[in-house]
Design a protein around this ligand. Structure first.
Ligand code: ACM
Ligand code: ZN
Length: 552
């Protein structure tokens, strides 16, 4: 038996023992599962008058406190008072231990009070996220609870992986600032820390770029859309109505970035190049190899119309765009896409062929690498690091490139072995646009819902993600994270998006937070309480796993 298993068994024993005592202990479940948790006897009674005593402060402590009060106020009707000073009885004491990791925390709830220890407000924020899950769900929106019983627990917690993200595509379907903020709330609730914001694609350019206004004027609009749920090669039908123009102004982008930062989340922008760029080509046709009049793509799938790396003006364009992106986004990482870039236009383009010859490149794969290297150099010169989808491995990558492995884990494994940093988001486990159950009323009606079908992704498959698969302990260090991807071709409304995210993003969160403690049975039992938390906030979610396995 592994130590973890032994520990889990001890916990179960503890739990059963306390549950059989005269007064049943409140059920304690936390998602993602804390690294160490033991349920103690008794509870702390939180009152509207309970003070928060800050034993240390930092630049973002106020954000953590604001979050706590955003939970407490709808429960008791008032905010908790915050004071500085020494820990005291009957308080929520915030203590500092600089030896803990940035995201780590300890949480001790006893009859005497609540002690939270962390090295920074980031850890405190996660302790508060845990605390929310300890509050009785039925009181969370009650408005006037005079006392709240918080079960006594002792928790030591910290994540396995530093990057835990959700990618949100706002190109295929557009979502409002408030909806993006709700995705951010969900990311925070699951102790994840990255929103990978997919802002440009063939079907729409969604970020205002001051130097190139047509990107949003022209690229933010499309004449028609493929009906969600139809396959572009099988039964492609069109909506028959225009879409847009839709885009985020730079002020809105700044607002989203701040909202995320206040929740300890970094927004990683993705600007797709040189493929998945038809919306940009429609706005500025000279970006393409032929300069013909491109149109923002109305059907899903992959386009052969891509940017031309043969022309210097193409580089000037992307560098200008990235300069504005860098000004907006503080993220160390900038995602440049790089996936699904057919080479047919390059094969016929005199400028591309001249570039291949002049640079001594072997083929069009290497032409894309050449493009990537120049873009990476630009990003590095501006103090940023480049992420690209795993196709960018094909013509060779620099050792400093971060690979986002999506076609499977193979690209990520190869990259981690070669020494590149990697984020694992294989479609076999992390593509949250794939259906998860039998319910066709809200899930996209495409894909076959049967085990082993490549476009069927039930909860258990997501949870079985192993980001360290086939890697030695040294190579594992190159895997910095995991991510769920919310592509939106088939999710026209935000309710669809919530349904596809929940509960599967919880599975990805748990893999990233507590890889070594994974236990699917415990996870699905504990999720039942999390679903009630989703209810409190009015989120739409899938219960397919429990219904289809006779558990609900
Ligand atoms: C991708 O799904 N093309 C990254
Ligand atoms: Zn070209």
């Amino acid at each position: 038996m592994t130590t973890k298993r032994f520990f889990a068994l001890m916990l179960t024993t503890l739990f059963v023992a306390s549950a059989s005592a005269a007064k049943p202990e409140p059920t304690v479940t936390v998602i993602p599962q804390p690294v160490k948790i033991s349920v103690e006897k008794g509870e702390f009674t939180l009152k509207p008058s309970t003070p928060v005593v800050l034993g240390f402060d930092d630049a973002k402590m106020e954000c953590a406190i604001d979050f706590l009060n955003s939970v407490v106020e709808p429960m008791t009707g008032s905010k908790l008072k915050v004071t500085d000073g020494k820990a005291k009885k009957g308080a929520i004491n915030i203590l500092q231990d600089p030896t803990l990791g940035e995201e780590a925390y300890r949480l001790e709830v006893s009859r005497k009070g609540i002690d939270i220890t962390a090295s920074s407000s980031h850890g405190v924020f996660y302790a508060f996220q845990t605390l929310r899950q300890l509050f009785p769900v039925e009181l969370l929106k009650s408005g006037k609870a005079e006392s709240v019983e918080v079960p006594a627990v002792s928790i030591e917690d910290e994540p396995t992986l530093p990057y835990r993200g959700i990618m949100f595509d706002v190109c295929r379907h557009f979502f409002t600032v408030d909806q993006v903020k709700e995705v951010i709330d969900l990311i925070a609730m699951h102790k994840m820390n990255r929103l990978h914001w997919h802002l440009t694609d063939d079907q729409g350019w969604r970020i205002e770029i001051k130097k190139y206004p047509k990107l949003t004027e022209v690229g933010g609009y499309r004449e028609d859309s493929q009906v969600p749920g139809t396959h572009h090669q099988v039964d492609c039908r069109m909506e028959g109505k225009p879409y847009g123009p839709y885009f985020f102004t730079q002020d809105e982008i700044r607002d989203v970035i701040k909202y995320a930062a206040d929740r300890f989340i970094t927004v990683v922008p993705e600007i797709e190049m040189p493929g998945h760029a038809v919306a940009a080509l429609a706005a500025y046709p000279e970006l393409g190899c032929t300069g013909e009049q491109y149109k923002v793509r109305t059907i899903w799938g992959i386009s052969e119309e891509v940017a031309c790396p043969g022309k210097e003006s193409t580089f000037r364009f992307w560098e200008d765009v990235l300069a504005e992106v860098i000004d907006l986004f503080p993220s160390e990482y900038i995602h440049i896409g790089g996936d699904e870039c057919p080479r047919v236009a390059w094969e016929k383009c005199p400028a591309c062929q001249a570039r291949i010859k002049a640079e001594g490149l072997q083929n069009e794969d290497e032409l894309q690498s050449y493009f990537n290297h120049r873009i990476e150099k630009f990003l590095n010169e501006h103090g940023r690091r480049m992420i690209g989808w795993d196709e960018i491995l094909e013509g060779g990558v620099t050792p400093t490139t971060t690979i986002m492995s999506w076609r499977g884990s193979e690209g990520g494994i190869a990259a981690a072995k070669a020494g590149n940093t990697v984020i694992m988001t294989p479609k076999t486990h992390c593509y949250l646009d794939y259906p998860q159950g039998k319910d066709k009323t809200i899930e996209p009606p495409y894909g076959e819902r049967r085990p082993n079908h490549p476009h069927f992704l039930p909860l258990e498959n997501v949870y079985s993600l192993d980001p360290y698969d086939q890697l030695t302990p040294d190579e594992q260090k190159n895997v910095i994270g995991v991510q769920g991807n919310m592509w939106t071709e088939h999710t026209p409304t935000f309710k669809h998006v919530e349904y596809m995210l929940l509960p599967r993003m919880a599975a990805i969160a748990e893999v990233g937070w507590n890889y070594y403690g994974k236990d699917f049975d415990r996870f699905t039992d504990n999720m039942l309480r999390m679903l009630r938390l989703y209810d409190v906030y009015g989120y739409t979610y899938a219960t397919s796993y429990w219904r289809e396995n006779g558990k609900k």
